[in-house]
Write a protein that binds this ligand. Structure first.
Ligand code: ADP
Ligand code: MG
Length: 228
């Protein structure tokens, strides 16, 4: 594969202090994610999947090592620069949608674009396209509470890619859905990644979905390992 590396973890360390004990989650973790590929992150609960995704998404700082996003080494950057890279290059989807309850689906998807400085009309147009692409165009004016779990997650995915990031990180995005709905939501996500050339890293407990991704990795002894 000669597509470019969208995201790289290089020798990432992360530990948490628990009383006088040190809990080591990541120790010299290396990982590369290329544009156009979807990688499953599969590991038992408590292993460090969310930790790894938060570090990769510049939501959390590692204790050592570097995160390189679209060629930008982030180890030496301050908070403002990290925030700018996160906004422009990274989309994040959580297990629970985290949509703003008082805004419609359309407005939720417009929001990151408006924050990014796009004119309202353009943000609205792109939000509409994304909703149509996720096959929920007819739900544009509904608030999150008026949407089903699967619809909420499709809006959350659309919002995550609204600013055309290079990397999509998703933390058990279908973990809260029944298997059939999880399948639909994953299909929509997969189509979006294929169409846009995004790089996606998706934590999941769903082995059937993991099997449909391009490759699978796990966390073992603080390192990222390829699963066969
Ligand atoms: P996963 O997403 O695979 O379930 P997490 O990354 O959430 O795992 O957590 C990995 C381990 O780190 C767990 O044992 C968790 O209790 C611990 N942990 C996570 N965040 C913190 C924190 N802020 N402080 C202390 N321990 C934490
Ligand atoms: Mg987790």
């Amino acid at each position: 594969m000669n597509s470019r590396v969208a995201l790289q973890l290089a020798g990432v360390d992360r530990h948490y202090g628990q009383g006088d004990r040190l809990l080591t989650i990541l120790k010299g973790a290396d990982f590369s994610l290329r544009s156009g590929e979807i990688v499953a992150l599969v590991a038992p609960s408590g292993t460090g999947k969310s930790t790894l995704l938060h570090i990769a998404g510049l939501l959390e700082k590692p204790d050592g090592g570097d995160v390189i996003v679209n060629g930008h080494s982030c180890a030496q950057l301050g908070d403002e620069e990290r925030t700018a890279i996160r906004r422009n290059e990274i989309g994040f989807v959580y297990q629970f949608h985290h949509l703003l309850p008082e805004f419609s689906a359309l407005e939720n998807i417009m929001m990151p674009q408006l924050i990014g400085g796009l004119p309202r009309s353009e943000a609205r147009e792109r939000a509409k396209q994304l909703l149509d692409y996720m096959r929920i165009g007819h739900r544009a004016d509904h608030r999150p509470s008026e949407l089903s779990g699967g619809e909420q997650q499709r809006v959350a995915i659309a919002r995550a890619v609204a600013n055309a990031p290079i990397v999509l990180l998703a933390d058990e995005p279908t973990g809260n859905l029944d298997p059939e709905t999880a399948g639909y939501v994953f299909e929509a996500l997969q189509a979006l990644v294929r169409q846009s050339g995004l790089a996606a890293l998706i934590a999941t407990h769903n082995l059937e979905l993991a099997g449909r991704m391009d490759r699978k990795v796990t966390i073992e002894d603080g390192k990222v390992r390829e699963l066969r």
